[in-house]
Write a protein that binds this ligand. Structure first.
Ligand SMILES: Cc1cc2nc3c(=O)[nH]c(=O)nc-3n(C[C@H](O)[C@H](O)[C@H](O)COP(=O)(O)O)c2cc1C
Length: 154
C-alpha cells in the first residue's frame, strides 16, 4: 500500500467500482463497514466522492456521528469480505473479526484502510443529502493509497 497524490488515486478510480465503506463504531469500539456500488467522484477541486447509503443500514449512522470514512476499492482477494460486509449488519456482528480481513491504520482518519484493497481513500464528511430511501454522503478525500501491484478489477 503506497501513499500517493489524491489526483493519481482519483485517476484510477472507476465509477463502477464495488467498494467498502469503512467507518468507526465508537459505541462498540471497533471499525465496521459495508459494501456499496452506488458511488461516484463528484468534485475535482477539492477532490470529493459521493456514496449512497440505505437509510435502514447501520454504517451511515456511524459516519453521521464521526464525520469520517474510508472508501476501499474491492478486488478478487476481498471476495470473502464482500459476503460479510455486504450481507451482515455491523451492529450485530464484528465484520472485521468474522471476515478476518486485514487492515492498517489510516493517516488522517480513525477508520482503518483495508490492506488488500486496490485503492484506499480517506474521507472527511462534508455533506449529507437525503434522496429517497438512501442518503448521499459526500466526503472530501484527504489522503489516498494505492496497491500498484493489483490490476484494477471489480
Ligand atoms: C455488490 C453490493 C453492492 C451494494 N451496494 C450498496 C449501496 O450502494 N448502498 C447501500 O446502502 N447498500 C449497498 N449494498 C448492501 C449493503 O452492503 C448491506 O446492506 C450491508 O449489510 C449493510 O451493512 P450495515 O447495516 O452494517 O451498514 C450492497 C451490497 C453488495 C453485495
Amino acid at each position: 500500500m503506497k501513499t500517493v497524490s489524491i489526483s493519481k488515486a482519483v485517476e484510477k478510480y472507476k465509477q463502477d467500482n464495488i467498494i467498502f465503506v469503512i467507518a468507526f463504531d465508537e459505541k462498540n469500539k471497533r471499525p465496521s463497514g459495508m459494501v456499496a456500488g452506488w458511488t461516484t467522484i463528484c468534485s475535482a477541486d477539492p477532490y470529493m466522492l459521493a456514496v449512497a447509503l440505505w437509510k435502514k443500514g447501520y454504517t451511515h449512522k456511524l459516519i453521521h456521528g464521526t464525520k469520517e470514512f474510508v472508501v476501499a476499492v474491492s478486488n478478487k482477494k476481498l471476495k470473502k469480505a464482500i459476503d460479510v460486509f455486504g450481507g451482515q449488519r455491523g451492529d450485530k456482528v464484528d465484520k472485521f473479526k468474522l471476515s478476518k480481513v486485514a487492515s492498517v491504520p489510516a493517516k488522517l482518519v480513525k477508520p482503518p484502510l483495508l490492506s488488500a484493497a486496490t485503492i484506499n481513500l480517506e474521507c472527511k464528511l462534508v455533506k449529507e443529502i437525503t434522496t429517497g430511501d438512501h442518503i448521499l454522503f459526500i466526503g472530501k478525500i484527504v489522503a489516498a493509497h494505492i496497491d500498484e501491484n493489483i490490476i484494477l478489477s471489480k
